[in-house]
Design a protein around this ligand. Structure first.
Ligand SMILES: [Zn+2]
Length: 106
């Protein structure tokens, strides 16, 4: 994670070295990013939607994520509590609020 990124245009209102979550399949180029979650606590997740195995969940920097798929920059303005989905790379993102159990008990 000790590296830097330089982008000609950077859409996110976050540093390029912000830690974000993605999946092994996305990093290996086997699957596109299909589900993007901007969590209410500010975390971002860029998931392929094909795995729910925690071993496949990887922490990477946001700059690396944009290099893997620059189209996620289209979601840079998406507010916390929202998710963006699409079926395939190249399709338009569909953004909507997601429900993560507002009555959860701890
Ligand atoms: Zn990076």
């Amino acid at each position: 994670m000790i590296h830097s990124h330089v982008f000609l245009s950077w859409q996110f209102n976050l540093p390029t070295d912000t830690g974000v979550f993605t999946t092994r399949q996305v990093l290996q180029g086997n699957e596109p990013v299909r589900e993007v979650y901007h969590e209410r606590d500010g975390d971002w997740q860029f998931l392929c939607g094909t795995t729910f195995n925690t071993e496949d969940l990887k922490l990477v920097c946001l700059g690396c994520m944009v290099e893997v798929d620059p189209t996620i920059g289209e979601l840079a303005d998406m507010p916390p509590g929202w998710c963006g989905t699409r079926q395939a790379r190249g399709e338009a993102w569909i953004q909507k609020p997601y429900d993560e159990g507002e009555n959860e008990t701890s």
